[in-house]
Ligand binder design. Structure first.
Ligand code: AHG
Ligand code: MN
Ligand code: MN
Length: 336
């Protein structure tokens, strides 16, 4: 692997980490995913000029207001990949149930679970957004059912995201480290620019939406109050805080320079009967695999995220992920 390689060249060089019978299909699938991300990049960049800003005027299955671009991004992904013969089906934040590949099309051996547009509240303010994806295997040749998508994070074959920000970046793992590609407008393709992304074990930067501090549970209250106490507090160092409003933006920063990201369970969610805000299958698991492949940790406070056996497509989980020693510290506060 070397900086400057195209995505196709990089994938060819990684055939040794993909089971032999899978390598070509997985390569082709990832090139299709990249193509969809390039199409979305152009739509996100044109913004108002493309008529894609604003609300769609409807809610998704989780009762969240959909933006026009949430729906468009879902359609772009499905439209770019469904005829490829590489997938057995899709599941997405924006669809109540999974989407099987049509009967008249060739069905492949993979399942693609994705968050078409993450951080969609940032769209209208020209902030960073992204697409998160997770690829798992589909055993057998039957059409998939929802239950086939309910695989633990440890079963992921590949996970990644595309960040739409000042540059578009595709970041992915095939289970052998994390690499980042930057979209080169002149070549209309992704070029390897970050060949070995690592999360340092230690950090003094945290990311959490502090507007909910009144609802946090004691372990999170304790950790953040100790961070804010700075060098005179029990942690003995000054902390910095960042919150992008998009998990892709926050996790990308952590993959670049370390940090810890928290979207914990809070009293408001417990009252509403929810287990968290972020979704296991298309947010926490793929981001967890990337973070762990880069040397960090991904936890709920009680269990490692990728060990959870999912029970539904849109299941939510508390999320604490990033620099390993900082995650260990926060988990220790949950155990005491
Ligand atoms: P989505 O736009 O896909 O629903 O995800 C938004 C998520 C995540 O990206 C971000 O970290 C978090 O929601 C922001 O939530 P708050 O608005 O509660 O801070
Ligand atoms: Mn999201
Ligand atoms: Mn989304």
């Amino acid at each position: 692997m070397q900086a400057g390689q195209t995505l196709a060249e990089y994938l060819q060089s990684q055939r040794h980490v993909m089971p032999e019978q899978d390598a070509k299909a997985l390569e082709a699938l990832l090139l299709k995913v990249a193509h969809a991300c390039i199409r979305l990049t152009w739509l996100v960049r044109r913004g108002e000029l493309a008529g894609v800003l604003g609300a769609a005027g409807q809610e998704n299955v989780q009762g969240e207001e959909q933006k026009k671009l949430d729906i468009i991004a879902n359609e772009v992904f499905i439209g770019s990949i469904e005829t490829s013969g590489l997938l057995a089906g899709f599941a997405s934040e924006e669809m109540d149930n999974h989407y099987p590949i049509r009967e008249d099309l060739t069905r492949g051996q993979y399942l693609l679970t994705f968050d078409p547009l993450d951080g969609s509240s940032n769209i209208d303010v020209n902030g960073s957004t992204g697409t998160i994806f997770s690829i798992t295997r589909h055993g057998g040749s039957d059409a998939p059912v929802d239950a086939d998508f309910l695989q633990a994070g440890t079963e992921q074959v590949c996970a990644g995201y595309c960040l739409y920000s000042s540059a578009s970046m595709l970041v992915l793992t095939l289970g052998d480290g994390v690499v980042g590609f930057t979209l080169d407008d002149e070549r209309n393709g992704f070029v390897l620019t970050h060949p070995n992304m690592k999360v340092p074990a230690q950090t003094s930067e945290f990311a959490i939406n502090a507007a909910y501090s009144g609802y946090w549970q004691p372990p999170v209250k304790r950790y953040i109050s100790e961070c804010v106490a700075g060098s005179d507090g029990p942690l003995g160092k000054s902390y910095n805080m960042r919150w992008a409003g998009s998990m892709v933006g926050d996790i990308h920063r952590i993959l670049c320079r370390g940090g810890v990201f928290l979207y914990p369970l809070d009293e408001r969610m417990i009252k509403a009967g929810k287990d968290g805000k972020l979704r296991l299958l298309y947010e926490a698991n793929p981001m967890g695999m990337l973070i762990e492949q880069a040397g960090g940790k991904a936890h709920t406070g009680l269990v490692p995220i990728m060990d959870i056996a999912p029970d539904s497509l849109h299941q939510r989980v508390p999320v604490i992920m990033g620099s390993a020693e900082e995650v260990d510290l926060i988990v220790s506060y949950h155990l005491n």
